[in-house]
Design a protein around this ligand. Structure first.
Ligand code: NOJ
Length: 499
């Protein structure tokens, strides 16, 4: 498989910059805070970062409403701080992916301000506009009445996020531009320019927001959007051969095989394999039947295994935290599975200590139900749980106030903690290439109404029992790694072994 070599052993850590570590005491996380915590990431066993958008923004959608793609948001620091972060991360063997939001900008982006002017200019076609003030964009949300321009503009997500124009697969209206028109090409080139800007400064690639939704109109099989990415990524790879790209797509047949991304997230979509593994009422990791997960996963894996990597996630900034669904015992074996499957896994900050989903928090910066997964990292007992030296009421979001809120410092001292279990699993993964992204994979045992899952990675056999009852296995010998109990073929409740 022709993917950057470093991905084989990569384990990513996703950081929501506002909430990781406040380096200057103003109550909000920042880049210098992240720099200070790089050794923690390294010790955890992660060797790559994905930073959620850290660019200048009005923050009406947590920074996914970019006002300037080439400028670090002042609340996070300066561009120089980010360059220093790249350097220091690299010194520790950690790669850094930034978040690229190619589908839309903030309504405050200078391109959009120009685009909304009545007179034609270089940015008139940068966004998707109709040609009359009360004519909408069929099938897509749109806004009128906000600009001098005689037209309405299409939205990609929130009201503050006008859709950039990459053209239409099939043109049916005079105001639509074909996907191969100069206007669409100009948007694509502008995005390539943004990517190049950061790659030249030392970033190692991008997580790409809503990567599947660039070209509008009858691109149901996504062939136009895929062709765009394949071309664009090919161009960048020629210049930055080590760069890597992960798509927010959730469909490897398109994202990996056609669009040529290196990695594609296994997203939490109702009823899909990831959902049935981790989050549905009858999820496998809650002690149920593994088959719904296994079937969906094998299908995706089979299609894409020679093309690129499926990325399992513990969660992300859009989902309730994984601890909302699983107990600590289930999390330990669940992480063992997530981190020993093929592909490149992503760990969401705080999931390594089982941070809780704070479901009743009021919305912050467009977070809504996602806000409860974006609270400050819990470093140590005491003031603000070690997140910030600022006053508690100055914090971006409150820390978990529960008396038993987990912290990294306490868990580091407890050999049986979730944190130390995660570290042990990741050490194991780094030790055995068979357990890494490319190692072969085969299911040996997955049956209906049976919580035992046995799978092979290269020469290693792995067995998992996420239920509260012991199960009998056909395995013999002494495990080289173990969570929970195992004796003479009997795998205890919430247990996992590698042999
Ligand atoms: C997906 C991102 O993960 C989410 O946080 C954001 O709100 C939307 N895309 C819009 O950019």
């Amino acid at each position: 498989m022709n993917r950057p070599d470093w991905l084989k052993d990569a384990v990513f850590y996703e950081i929501y910059p506002s909430s990781f570590y406040d380096g200057n005491g103003d109550g909000i996380g920042d880049l210098n805070g992240i720099r200070q915590k790089l050794p923690y990431v390294k010790e955890l066993g992660c060797n790559a970062l994905w930073l959620n958008p850290c660019f200048d923004s009005p923050f009406k959608d947590g920074g996914y409403d970019v006002r300037d793609y080439k400028k670090v948001a002042p609340r996070y620091g300066t561009n120089e701080d980010l360059y220093a972060l790249f350097r220091e991360a690299h010194e520790l063997g950690i790669r850094v992916l930034l978040d690229l939001v190619p589908g839309h900008t903030s309504e405050e982006h200078p391109w959009f301000l120009e685009s909304g002017k009545a007179e034609r200019n270089a940015y008139s076609d940068r966004y998707v506009w109709t040609d009359f003030w009360i004519k909408g964009t069929p099938g897509h949300p749109y806004i009128g009445g906000e600009t001098p321009r005689n037209g309405t503009y299409m939205l990609n997500f929130f009201k503050c996020q006008p859709a950039l124009n990459y053209g239409w697969a099939k043109v049916t209206e005079p105001w639509q531009t074909p996907a191969d028109a100069p206007a669409a090409r100009a948007t694509r080139d502008a995005m390539a320019d943004v990517m190049r800007f950061w790659l030249e400064k030392g970033c190692d690639g991008f997580r790409v927001d809503m990567a599947n939704s660039l070209i509008k109109g009858d691109d149901d099989d996504k062939s136009y959007t895929c062709a765009l990415w394949k071309g664009l990524l090919g161009e960048l790879r020629a210049e930055f051969p080590e760069s890597a790209y992960v798509a927010e797509w959730g469909w490897p047949r398109q994202a990996l095989c056609s669009a040529d991304f290196d990695m594609d997230f296994y997203l939490d979509h109702p009823g899909n394999g990831y959902n049935r593994l981790v989050r549905s009422a009858d999820a496998y990791l809650k002690g149920n039947d593994p088959l719904p997960f296994v079937r969906d996963y094998l299908d995706r894996y089979g299609i894409s295994r020679d093309k690129g990597y499926i990325s399992f996630i513990t969660g992300n900034h859009d989902t309730p935290r994984i601890s909302w669904y699983l107990t600590e015992e289930q999390l330990k074996v669940g992480y063992a599975l997530l981190f020993t499957l093929p592909g490149v896994p992503f760990l969401y900050y705080g999931d390594e200590i089982g941070m809780r989903y704070l479901s009743t928090l009021p919305t912050k910066e467009g977070g809504y139900t996602r806000t409860g997964s974006r609270t400050p990292m819990q470093w140590a007992p005491g003031k603000n749980l070690g997140f910030s030296s600022g006053e508690p009421d100055s914090l971006y979001l409150p820390v978990d106030r529960a008396p038993d809120a987990p912290t990294a410092e306490e868990q580091a001292r407890d050999p049986n903690s979730l944190l130390n279990t995660v570290k042990a699993i990741l050490r194991l993964r780094h030790r055995f290439p068979d357990l890494q992204a490319d190692g072969s994979f085969e299911i040996l045992h997955a049956r209906k109404d049976d919580p035992l899952l046995v799978y092979k990675r290269g020469t290693l056999t792995l067995a998992l029992n996420p239920s509260d009852k012991a199960v009998k296995t056909e395995l013999t010998g002494t495990p080289l790694f173990q969570i929970g109990t195992y004796d003479k073929g009997i795998l205890g409740p919430f247990s996992f072994i590698v042999s």
